[in-house]
Every structure is written in C-alpha cells, then in structure tokens.
Design a protein around this ligand. Structure first.
Ligand code: FAD
Length: 460
C-alpha cells in the first residue's frame, strides 16, 4: 500500500500550480490540486488576461483619433462598459474551463476550497477530509497589498475589483507607481475617465531604466493622464459627490473611484507553513533554492509566492522545472537571467536585461545607444507621440546587456530581442542584422552612434 494518499499535492491552481500538476500527473503521479477561488489563478481571472482585454478596449479611442489623420470620419464612437465586461467575463470563464479540462485530462484531481498544511505531509482543504502527500507544492501566488491603517481605506478598491466595477467611473485616482498602476491609469484614461496617477516616489516604474521611466511619464501626460509624483494618500473621505483623496502636503482631489496598486504580497498567511517548518523571508515569501525547494525537503514553492520574478511565464517555467526535476527524472532549474517583460501602458514598454544604472554598477564602463523618434503612423496623423529605443552595451565585451523600447508594438518587439540578448549577442552582431523596412523595429538595428548625455555632444 502507498505510504501517502497522493504523490503530489499542489496548493493553488494558477499559472505555476497548474503547469506543475499537469506535468506531474502526465508522468503517472497521483496528483491533487486545491483551488480556493477560480482555476487559472491571477493571470487568467484577475491579472494579465482581463487586463490585456481592457488595454485593447481602451486603445480604440486613440486609434479613432489617428484614423482621422488618415482620412476617416468617425462620428460619435461610444463605449459600452457593461457589454464589454460581460464579453470579458465570458472569455475568462472559457479560459478557466480550458485549465480545468487540461488538469482533468492529465489525470489530476481538483478540489475546491482553501487548503492548509497540518504538517509536512498532511493537507486539509476546507470542507474535505485530510489527505497526505509525499510531495507538496505551494503555488498560492500573491494578492494586492492595501494600506490597512489609512483612514478611509475601506472606500478604495484594488486591481481585483477594478475588473468588476458595475459602472465606468467618470473620475478615478490610482495610487501607485508600478506597472499595474501605470497600466490601469492608461486603461481608464483611454476609456475617457478623468485619471490621476499618484505616486509617492520621484518617478514611476521603479526598477526600469530611468530614460524609460521619464519617457513613459511624459507620454502618459501627453495622452491626458495626470501624473502626480512625490505625494501619497493621507486619507480618503466619502462625500455626497464622490470620494475625496487627501494627500500629504495638503492637496486633495475628488473622484468616483480610488484604486490602490501599491504592490502585492505573497499568499502565505494561514497556510500552516509554520506547522510544517517552511521558512519565509521578511516579506512573507517562501524561501527556495534554485530548484524551488523550500527549507523542508518534501515541500517546494513556485511563482509569486516565492517573490522572485512575479510574472506568469516565470511561474509556468518554475512549475515546469519542478515537475521535470521531481517527476520526469530531468533535473532542471529555471534561469532567471534575461527575462523580458512588458508594461502595457499607452504607449507600451518592452524591456529586457539591465537598465543603464544597473549595467553601470555591474560593468563600470558601458556604451549607450539611444534614439527618440516620431513613429511614421502617428506622425502622419499629426500627432506628437515619441518612441524611445535604447541599447545598453558592456564596453569591454561589447555584449548588448539591455534593450529598452517605449512605443507601439514594443511588447512584441522585445520578445525577439530577448532571444538575441539571452544568446549573448554583441553590438557588432546586432548591427549586422539587416533591417525590416518600413518598420519601427528597424530603428533598433540601425543605432550606430554612441549616446552621450546632453552637453557632451555625440561621439564621432
Ligand atoms: P497565481 O496565478 O496567483 O495562482 C495562485 C492560486 O492559488 C490562485 O488561484 C489562488 O486563488 C490560489 N490560492 C491561494 N491560496 C490558496 C489556498 N490556501 N488554498 C487553495 N488555493 C489557494 N504577469 C505577466 O507575465 N504579464 C502581465 O501582463 C501581467 N499582468 C498582471 C496584471 C495584474 C492586474 C496582476 C495582479 C498580475 C499580473 N501579472 C502579469 C502577474 C501574474 O498574474 C502572476 O505573476 C502569475 O499569475 C503568478 O502565478 P502563480 O501561479 O504564482 O500564482
């Protein structure tokens, strides 16, 4: 008789958990997965997918403007928020169903309810009998962090609720400077909502290249988002006409909705991890090694709950590597270097590798290649939009160690650039690539002159 009820118990049916559970089950292991909300996790239910659909919806207003410059007459276009939400929810339900079917087809058992560890091998799912498992995978993801002590915080929403607002607000205040805050600010602005983005730091998108941060702030401003920096909420008050956000420094602003996107925290509380002896870091994330193994030898963790790189493809690859290592006899650790990412702001950002500041810190001497240009499409339409392209090169090895783009299709471009950077491309190899014309991307392979800060002039 088997020593445990299951070979693997996965807590959380999101990006990382589902991939690991499915592959383990396909290898012949007996697998159970617990999910307390909806199968698919943050990405499918209240993250990447619904967010991208909202981005698409909101981009049309700008496209209509551009279309006018190309001779189109567009009379009184209107947006139907409830209709969009209904369609969006249908799509999310469809995708969640695919995740459920994929798990079932692989032979994994799905159980609905909140799971917690009783000890290192025993799991209890609310409303179900306790079960034991040889291996346990924590894939519980993260949740929005809310400033619980703030006066009036109960009037604010997080990104979770932003996907289900019954009415499209006329005015919104979004607090935060990370990519989620920036993306939602652009979404609501594109949908015609008067949008304030309020961030306590001196610039948005901390961790990104400084030129990118400044450029996005300027472009968002050009499109109508009011970006207010170096201040934060002191309180929120409900009045007869809306919500008043009171900021440090004495300013205030009235809106219909206040949304906080101030960061996310790993879902590790009330999971029984202490009972099992699993070590957490100071932010509550599960501490793991390069094979995603926790401090307890039969317990692993993947995805946002480990707070490494909190992106869907990373959670998937970590889950995949875990299953390969533990159930397919193929020891694999996911390489967290050169992971490309995008900010679906308007205009969007695509980025891979090091920022100029990080590269300077790491390599000392670096070469910068940078251009700002007006894309053909919007320039023709009479718009003043600028695109930014920047390459960061290690001066000694001449390897391209960072590539950053702000502009149309940059999220698509960066996926291809990431292949080259991951392979260790040198600037010379990069330059030997022939351009595709006429495209915006061709500018990336024709950056020849080293960029020197204003005042120093261009290198010969
Ligand atoms: P999750 O997908 O969060 O899954 C964890 C699951 O565990 C959840 O379903 C949860 O309900 C369940 N769970 C938690 N505790 C328990 C418990 N005790 N018992 C049972 N079940 C439990 N990433 C990108 O790559 N690109 C993007 O464009 C992007 N946009 C985003 C936009 C937003 C608004 C947000 C919030 C995130 C976005 N992300 C994006 C990040 C991405 O969604 C996450 O990195 C990814 O979902 C992490 O996957 P995961 O498997 O670690 O966790």
């Amino acid at each position: 008789m088997a020593k445990y009820d299951y070979d693997l118990f996965v807590i959380g049916a999101g990006s990382g958990g589902v991939r690991a559970a499915r592959l383990a089950a396909l290898s012949g292991a007996k697998v159970m997965v617990a999910e307390e909300h909806r199968v698919g996790g943050t990405c499918v239910i209240r993250g990447c997918v619904p967010k991208k659909l909202m981005v698409y919806a909101s981009e049309f207003s700008h496209s209509f403007e551009t279309a006018r410059g190309f001779g189109w007459t567009i009379d009184n276009p209107r947006f139907d928020w409830p209709r969009f939400l209904a369609e969006k929810d249908k799509e999310i339900a469809r995708l969640s169903g695919i995740y459920v079917r994929n798990l079932e087809n692989a032979g994994a058992e799905l159980v609905h309810g909140k799971a917690r560890l009783i000890d290192a091998h025993t799991v209890e799912v609310e409303g179900h009998d306790r079960v034991t498992a040889g291996k346990i995978l924590i894939a519980t993801g993260g949740r929005p962090w809310m400033p619980k002590a703030l006066k009036g915080v109960e009037h604010a929403i997080s990104s979770n609720e932003a996907f289900h607002l019954t009415e499209l607000p006329k005015r919104i205040v979004i607090a935060g400077g990370g990519y989620i805050a920036v993306e939602f600010a652009c979404i609501f602005n594109g949908l015609g909502v008067e949008t304030h983005l309020v961030h306590r730091g001196p610039n948005i998108l901390r961790g990104f290249d400084d030129d990118i941060r400044t450029h996005v702030t300027e472009e968002m401003g050009r499109r109508g988002v009011r970006v207010i920096l170096s201040t934060q909420h002191d309180a929120i008050e409900k009045t007869a006409t809306g919500l008043v956000s009171r900021f440090t420094g004495g300013h205030h602003c009235e809106s219909d909705v206040v949304m906080f996107a101030l960061g996310r925290e790993p879902c590790t509380d009330d999971l029984g991890l202490d009972a099992a002896g699993v070590k957490l870091d100071e932010k509550g994330a599960v501490v793991v090694d390069e094979f995603s193994r926790s401090s307890v030898k039969n317990i692993w963790a993947v995805g946002d709950v480990t707070n490494r790189i909190n992106l869907t493809p990373v959670a998937i690859r970590e889950g995949h590597a875990f299953a390969d290592t533990e159930f397919n006899d193929k020891p694999t650790s996911f390489d967290h270097e050169m992971v490309a990412s995008a900010v679906f702001s308007q205009p969007p950002v695509g980025t891979v590798g090091l920022s100029e500041a990080d590269a300077r810190h790491k390599y000392g001497k670096i070469d910068i290649y940078m251009t700002r240009l007006r894309p053909m499409k919007t320039a023709f339409a009479g718009e003043d939009e600028r695109c930014l392209m920047k390459l960061v090169v290690d001066a000694e090895s001449q390897k391209v160690v960072g590539c950053h783009v702000v502009g149309p299709d940059s999220a698509e471009m960066i996926q291809m650039a990431a292949i080259a950077l991951k392979m260790g491309v040198t600037k010379q190899q990069w330059d030997s690539t022939c351009a595709v014309h006429p495209t915006l991307a061709e500018e990336l392979v024709t950056l020849r002159e080293k960029y020197l800060p204003p005042g120093l002039g261009q290198a010969a």
